[in-house]
Write a protein that binds this ligand. Structure first.
Ligand code: ASP
Length: 307
């Protein structure tokens, strides 16, 4: 594929063609067409925030492409001695990183690192892939979600997807709103009033305050956990009350289309935003497929920026 960008910092700069190209490349990975020629390139994973799925699947993706995958242990690094993010990134690039996969708590951190490594030399310079920057974007998660939906429905065009829960603090919601609408899907967002998006939302997204109205007739229901770590004030709702008012259960799911799939980027808080039995139900849940498809989608993303 011809990916026209140096980095993958967000969905915002991507066109429909870019997105379709990345999804097609991920399908090629699933079909076993792994590009030759990337072997020996260096991938450094720099995760300043916790991660299970994203960190592991980027590491596996890199290994399957034949890259040397190194984990930059933030806790043991000189970040604790006061080194700035930009200087840390320049150091990794000067050591020969071909790609830095970065997760950070600050919105815009991936962009800052991309700017910093833009000045470093090396074999073609160093690319940056955003693995989540605060409340801003999580582009590879949105690409995975789109890939899973496309596998199931053949296209994203014309689908209706409900994204439910803490929309305000979710980079997954933000990247999904951008990607799904760009690809012709309709998006409804719903959640507790204080957790709805405060500012402008992309065209094609509607805010539907009532959860049951939002779910009604949709092709996919994407549940999100409450991002307590990003909230200035505590949410005054017990887990039980949250589940009763805003959680997905089978009675609510029955309002969606019969063929509707249940999605969640993880980590799942069982019986809070989603009934544990629904998350485990293979008849509707594609949560583990989202995990599994993380590897080919991230292989496609790494190959694109290294290509
Ligand atoms: N794993 C996703 C993220 O890093 C979703 C979440 O943490 O709730 O944004």
């Amino acid at each position: 594929m011809a990916y026209p960008h140096r980095h993958l910092l967000g969905i915002a700069p991507l066109t429909r063609v870019d997105i379709a190209g990345l999804l097609d490349a991920a399908q090629a990975m699933v079909d076993g067409h792994v590009p030759a020629g990337l072997a020996g390139r260096i991938q450094i994973d720099a995760f300043f925030e916790n991660s299970t799925r994203t960190l592991m699947s980027f590491a596996l993706a890199g290994k399957k492409l034949g890259l040397h995958v190194l984990d930059f242990g933030v806790a043991r690094s000189s970040v604790a001695k006061g080194e700035t993010l930009a200087d840390t990134a320049r150091t990794l690039a000067a050591l020969g990183a071909d790609v830095i996969v970065m997760r950070h708590g600050a919105p815009g951190a991936a962009e800052e690192v991309a700017q910093a490594v833009g000045h470093t030399s090396g074999r073609g310079g160093c690319a940056v892939v955003n693995a989540g920057d605060g409340v801003n974007e999580h582009p590879t998660q949105a690409l995975i979600d789109a890939f899973v939906l496309r596998r199931r429905f053949g296209t994203l065009d014309g689908l209706t997807v409900a994204i439910c829960g803490d929309i305000r603090h979710s980079r997954v919601a933000r990247s999904n709103m951008l990607l799904l609408t760009r690809m012709g899907a309709h998006v409804r967002v719903t959640g507790p009033t204080g957790l709805l998006p405060p500012g402008a939302i992309p065209e094609g997204v509607s805010i539907v305050p009532d959860l049951e109205d939002a779910i009604s007739g949709v092709d996919a229901v994407m549940m999100l956990r409450v991002q307590h770590e990003r909230m200035a004030e505590r949410l005054h709702l017990s887990a039980n009350d949250y589940h009763a008012r805003y959680g997905l259960n089978s009675a609510r799911l029955a309002l969606a289309a019969r063929h509707a799939v249940v999605m969640h980027p993880g980590p799942v808080n069982r019986d809070v935003e989603i009934a544990g039995t629904l998350a485990d139900d293979p008849a509707c849940s594609v949560i583990l497929e989202q995990v599994a498809m993380g590897v080919p989608v991230r292989m496609a993303c790494l190959a694109a920026v290294l290509g």
